[in-house]
Design a protein around this ligand. Structure first.
Ligand code: DGJ
Length: 733
């Protein structure tokens, strides 16, 4: 990678770094005594337009605001806006780094030593991260040093040239003569001079993932986090600060998304001056990492997006970034197979014959692939056993996977298979042979969940066993797709192979082991399509998207519930990443009855498929499915690549739009959740060419782009009732 003293996107002048990225600017200043002060983050500023003194916060009382050295521009670390605040040297707010040296104290004092500006974006060893070619981004690496311990900390910033995205990660190296224990090491700190923001985040639970919540910031701290060893159903590793005036398509939004699938933390703190700090990265709870002299530690990456077109503009920026600079492999740019999964059709009760019955009914309707879900291995007839025993269940598949795959391919279908590699059932041959392979703390009982334990993914022998088993299964038959499930969280996080002083590393080492196995598998099977899953969408995060371009969005397949789950997911993640299936009615999770039409339209909001016993449906239903498959196939490219807009998002109606990148085709979908009698239903579209004309081939109507955007599309005449849905395709003339 070429080193540059000056690049277009990043400059260093008068001790001020200015990063420009798309329409955003980030400015910081090296002060006289070497602190890295934060100056500004937001809408792009002209070069040289910033003077720090004008913005230095007051200190109020000198007694309770420790002063920086006299010559410094900062008055006190306790009130200054900082790029990477440290613990124990005068800033009493939550810090980005805390580290214990040989004297047993935890203070860190980082001062500027040097910096480099590079074209492109170096990878982060062992971790998923966004990527960019040399012509697409510039990277600034600022080297800071704590002279007391010899801890070197490199702050890495990458500014993408064409979109308002700046990524942040941190590298720590011990250049001292004694071990240093990292007690906390966030990827990113963002200080703002005011608290005029609302916090937007995505909370949820099993079958109710990623519910959007917007609340004002208040004085003191707030934390969005997971200690589960996975990102989890309960909080997504994402938060945004929205200007008070900002809405779906207007105003400022600052989005923070962590490229990581393990325990995380996003902390906000409003101080007594009304300043806001946001920290994002690894969860410090239960974390600790010993850096022996010469060792290095890399944090995961935080992606920061600036938008001046509200939450919607921020979402579209994340979508483009994750589609083009995070998701990899051949499936990034391909329409995904329309699949049928047998889980809600059969649960554990299936055999080769039953799967083939489903496939024989599905193939003539145009469905591309059959996915065989949980229960095909060991002696698994319910969820009490066999995880880890990745050998074919001879009772269900006496002729083996090869025969099933041959039969499916003879029908013109591809084959997919379910695994839950990170787990081990106490009732399994694997556990009987290797009880020490489960995560555990000697002397404590392992807490089961769904009758299963978690494998110690930090161990190389465990990774090797899984690689051998998975590749042997994938080589035994033509298998094009793997659904990678994960159905419990981590407890008793301890590893038999690590010494006591390194046990707090296990949670993060687990993630490094998982990522390494995924990488190895995709290298060996580059054409494989991976679908992530964790009891539905319990690990729906950018870390997993680096390996699996689509993720099972939720175990709740009721289309009405899915409207809000998909809307919440779309705040950060592109529609193509959301696996969405038409399931049976009444719905298995809610008991709600929904038309096949509505189920189809909602599932077409993501990567489309079916999950019901298609072999028992009526001829009319099968004809409708054939029509849906055809319709989805015709729109799949637009859904995958288009610009996504949340148009109406109320308890009564959800409407969304996908516009092809060149604006030639627009898909508008609307579902009425709760009918309001005699109310008009007008949907104002977004992102069209105002002066162009758009044609609805179905109704024959022609509208101007301007009219569709400003007057709106009047759907009142359709008389949509409770749980009715419509999808309208408009073509530019
Ligand atoms: C949880 C997943 O979300 C479901 O789709 C299914 O694969 C089950 N696990 C199988 O145990």
């Amino acid at each position: 990678m070429l080193e540059k003293q000056l690049s277009q996107a990043i400059t260093f002048k008068d001790n001020i770094f200015h990063l420009r990225s798309g329409g955003s600017s980030l400015l910081m200043q090296v002060t006289k005594s070497g602190y890295l002060a934060h100056l500004y983050y937001g809408h792009i500023l002209p070069e040289g337009s910033y003077r720090m003194e004008a913005f230095t916060p007051p200190i109020g009382s000198a007694s309770f605001a420790p002063n920086t050295p006299k010559e410094d521009e900062l008055l006190s670390l306790s009130t200054a806006l900082l790029e990477y605040p440290t613990y124990g040297t005068g800033d009493f707010r939550p810090s980005a780094i805390e580290a214990t040296g040989k004297d047993g104290t935890a203070a860190v004092d980082l001062r500027y030593r040097s910096h480099k500006i590079l074209s492109g974006k170096p990878p982060i060893p062992g971790l998923p991260a966004t990527y960019a070619a040399e012509s697409e981004a510039d990277t600034l690496e600022i080297l800071m040093e704590d002279a007391h311990t010899g801890l070197l900390v490199t702050l890495c910033y990458t500014a993408f040239r064409d979109c308002p995205v700046i990524t942040r990660s941190v590298r720590a190296e011990n250049q001292g003569d004694a071990p240093v224990v990292l007690e906390r090491i966030y990827s990113c700190c963002a200080d703002f001079p005011t608290s005029d923001y609302d916090l937007v985040h995505l909370w949820g639970s099993w079958a109710m993932e990623r519910t959007i919540e917007r609340t004002p910031l208040g004085h003191g701290g707030r934390r969005i986090s997971s200690t589960r060893g996975s990102s989890g159903h309960f909080h997504n590793p994402f938060a945004a600060l929205l200007g008070k005036e900002a809405g779906e398509e207007t105003g400022e939004a600052f989005g923070f998304s962590l490229v990581y699938s393990g325990s995380f933390s996003i902390e906000t703190e409003v101080d007594f001056l009304g300043q806001t700090r946001l920290l994002c990265g690894l969860n410090p709870d239960g974390f600790g990492w010993t850096l022996a002299p010469g060792e290095r530690f890399d944090t995961p990456e935080t992606v920061m997006v600036y938008s001046d077109t509200g939450l919607g503009g921020m979402s579209r920026c994340f979508h483009k970034l994750y589609m083009n600079h995070l998701i990899r492999g051949p499936w990034r740019d391909r329409d995904r197979p329309i699949l049928i999964n047998n889980w809600e059709a059969t649960y554990f009760e299936f055999d080769e014959q039953k799967l083939l019955d489903i496939a024989r009914a599905a193939a003539p309707l145009g469905i591309d692939m059959l996915v065989m879900d949980d229960g095909w291995f060991g002696h698994r007839n319910d969820d009490h056993s066999s995880l880890g025993d990745w050998y074919v269940h001879k009772g269900k598949l006496p002729r083996g996977l090869g025969e099933l795959s041959d039969q499916l391919h003879a029908l013109g279908m591809k084959m997919g298979i379910w695994f839950e590699p990170e787990m081990i059932s106490p009732d399994s041959d694997l556990y009987r042979a290797h009880p020490d392979w489960a995560l555990q703390i000697p002397g404590r009982e392992i807490s089961p969940a769904r009758w299963q334990y978690v494998l110690d993914m930090s161990r190389k022998d465990v990774q090797d066993y899984l690689f051998e088993r998975l590749s042997s299964i994938l080589n035994s038959a033509k298998i094009e797709y793997v659904k990678w499930d994960f159905n419990r969280n981590l407890t008793e996080v301890g590893s038999a192979l690590l010494p006591p002083e390194r046990q707090k590393e296990v949670g993060h080492r687990y993630m490094l082991g998982l990522y390494s196995l995924l990488e190895r598998l995709l290298t060996a099977f580059p054409e494989l399509l991976l679908e992530g899953c964790s009891g539905g969408g319990g690990r729906f995060d950018p870390g997993m998207l680096y390996y699996s371009p689509q993720i099972w969005t939720s175990d709740d397949t009721d289309p009405i519930e899915r409207l809000m789950i998909q809307a919440g997911t779309s705040v950060v993640y592109p529609p193509s990443t959301m696996s969405a299936h038409v399931s049976a009615s009444p719905n298995h999770q809610t008991g709600r009855v929904n038309s096949l039409h509505t189920r189809g339209i909602v599932a077409m909001g993501g990567s489309f498929g079916y999950e019901l016993d298609i072999s028992t449906l009526s001829d009319e239903e099968k004809e409708e499915i054939a029509r849906q498959v055809k319709e989805y196939r015709a729109c799949a490219g637009i859904i995958r690549n288009g610009d996504y807009y949340r148009l109406i998002s109320t308890p009564d109606v959800y409407a969304w739009e996908t516009a092809a990148a060149d604006r030639s085709t627009v898909l508008v979908s609307c579902c009425v959740i709760h009918t309001r009698v005699q109310q008009t239903l007008i949907v104002k579209l977004r992102g069209l060419d105002e002066n162009a004309w758009y044609h609805d081939p179905e109704s024959g109507n022609i509208y101007s782009g301007g009219m569709l955007m400003h007057a709106g599309l009047n759907l009142s005449a359709l008389g949509l009732r409770d749980r009715d849905a419509v999808m309208i395709r408009l073509e530019k003339i």
